[in-house]
Design a protein around this ligand. Structure first.
Ligand SMILES: [Zn+2]
Length: 379
């Protein structure tokens, strides 16, 4: 029997006072998910437990059966793969934010506040060609990557992520990187000069490299599980993970990585992929984005829409039973806007269970049980 993992990013949440103390998942109407739970069960599980960080990268790798020791140090390498590039073992890749600095030299924003998307693109172009051994790749908006020769000291260098460092002195934040690498020191000084023209209203802009990542060979999905796998996704990190595991990746037209994604197109793509692959991952990123915006109502709406516009049409067109797990990867709290270590709802059971005999009720209690159910259970 084929299996489907419906991954609703950041599905775990806090009880929301404005939702009468319910989480967005508890508040949302999701009859198809309830139907799946009735053929198996509903549990609350922490995917990251206490041993990995509550981030999509590590938690999704875990849900795909990758051992902790094979997880990459930082996600830049996987984002590079998502972008259709790879590096050699002699190179490394860093994330590089276009960030804003205030008049007192403190980080005023990690995502280039005050610039339009076109200006961000223009600014990113200035990062290119600074040094011939640094390749600069513009991803989108404030997000860029740097490829350079591998310097072990840089890989070991603890540069604070810009999104966790707003309000802190930029010179101090980047000092370890400047001290460790001559090339990066030159790159930072030169790009500071080149970006001077974008300064306005007491803000100036810098390129902020962080999160260095070396090439990492991941085991293939097929070698891990003895079955084939595909993914329907848009979020860069998930595209990168799926490519790194050698899974077939489908990015449907109209997928956005946010709550306005085309759920019908995703259902179509998942159905098609289920014809060719034993296992399909369908990833939905909008729930995590809504929580980061403290928008619990949009998160609840998105969960209900996944039920109505993804699961319902999918179930309606399946002509055989499919094993399915619907869960999150980590908590994203709509109260704090941050990721957390707590539990995510996990629904496990079948679509088109009417074509099956009796099914067993069980309560998912660990990520290993999810993996066993999806990848190993024989029919
Ligand atoms: Zn997130």
């Amino acid at each position: 029997m084929r299996s489907l993992l419906v991954l609703i990013d950041g599905l775990g949440d806090d009880p929301i006072p404005a939702l009468q103390g319910r989480t967005p998942f508890e508040y949302a109407s999701h009859p198809v998910m309830d139907g799946v739970a009735a053929t198996g069960g509903l549990g609350q599980i922490s995917i990251c437990e206490q041993d990995i960080v509550p981030e999509s990268c590590s938690c999704i790798l875990r849900l795909l059966g990758v051992d902790k020791r094979d997880m990459p140090q930082n996600r830049a390498y996987l984002e590079l793969l998502a972008h259709g590039r790879d590096i050699s073992e002699y190179e490394m890749v860093l994330r590089c934010n276009l960030a804003a600095v205030d008049a007192s030299g403190r980080l005023a924003g990690f995502n280039a506040p005050g610039l339009t998307v076109a200006q961000m693109q223009e600014a990113a172009a200035l990062g290119d060609g600074v040094l011939k051994d640094i390749e600069f790749i513009h991803l989108s908006e404030y997000r860029n990557l740097l490829i350079m020769n591998k310097e072990t000291a840089v890989l070991d260098c603890a540069v604070r992520p810009p999104h966790e460092s707003v309000g802190e002195a930029v010179d101090e934040l980047l000092e370890p990187l400047r001290r460790t690498s001559l090339s990066l020191n030159y790159f930072l000084s030169e790009t500071n000069k080149r970006l001077a023209n974008f300064a306005h209203d007491g803000l100036h802009y810098i390129l902020y490299p962080w999160g260095p990542s070396a090439r990492q060979k991941l085991p293939s999905f097929a070698s891990l599980h003895g079955i084939t796998g595909g993914a329907v996704c848009k979020a860069e990190i998930v595209v990168g993970i799926a490519r790194a595991l050698g899974m077939e990746v489908v990015i449907p037209h109209g997928a956005t990585g946010d709550v306005d994604t085309d759920l019908g197109a995703k259902a179509e793509a998942a159905l098609e992929l289920l014809q060719r692959q034993d296992f399909v991952l369908a990833h939905f990123n909008g729930s995590d984005e809504a929580s980061h915006r403290y928008d619990f109502a949009a998160k609840a709406d998105f969960i209900a829409s996944i039920d109505q516009h993804f699961l319902q049409p999918l179930a309606g067109r399946l002509n055989e039973p499919v094993r399915v797990v619907i869960c999150g990867d980590h908590v994203t709290s709509s109260l704090t806007g941050k990721h957390g270590y707590g539990c995510t709802p996990v629904v496990a059971g079948y679509l088109r269970a009417d074509l099956l005999g009796a099914t067993n009720r069980w309560k998912p209690q660990s990520y290993n049980q999810i993996l066993n159910f999806l990848m190993k259970e024989s029919d």
